[in-house]
Design a protein around this ligand. Structure first.
Ligand SMILES: [Fe+2]
Length: 142
């Protein structure tokens, strides 16, 4: 290979690497817009599919209450496929982040549980991230 051919091959390799990096960036695109329902008192089907459902379960002997968060309400379960899934769930107690789960597509659905001492907590807020449809929030007042 002469110098001219070597430069041509190196140039092609750089183009291939750049296209590959761009394709990888497209694969990793995540919608991080904060979403709000049009009418919080009457969620439509897409809003029901994404809005976290916060349920308080039993309190253990040490005073921790199990807080369950499911993504999807009204019998609707958010999908979990390679190109559309809930990638994280966060839980806030009175505005402070107290737990976060990172979720993988297909094997995990939008669900998480956290054990919290709720004695002086007034509100719980759950946030969930859908890679396509943004970040959805629900608040539970204690
Ligand atoms: Fe979604």
């Amino acid at each position: 290979m002469n110098r001219r051919e070597a430069l041509r091959v190196a140039g092609l390799a750089a183009v291939v690497a750049a296209v590959g990096a761009e394709a990888k960036m497209e694969e990793q695109y995540m919608n991080r817009l904060e979403m709000k329902p049009k009418n919080p008192k009457k969620l439509d089907k897409g809003e029901l599919k994404h809005t976290p459902l916060i349920t308080l379960k039993e309190k253990d002997s040490k005073g921790y209450t199990l807080v369950e968060i499911l993504i999807g309400q009204g019998g609707i379960v958010h999908p979990s496929t390679q190109d559309h899934w809930i990638d994280f769930i966060e839980l806030y107690a009175d505005g402070k982040l107290v737990g976060k789960s990172t979720l993988e597509p297909e094997i995990s659905r939008g669900a998480a549980s956290f054990g919290l001492k709720l004695d002086n907590v007034k509100t719980l807020t759950a946030k969930s991230g859908c890679n396509l449809h943004g970040i959805w929030t629900a608040t539970h007042t204690l």
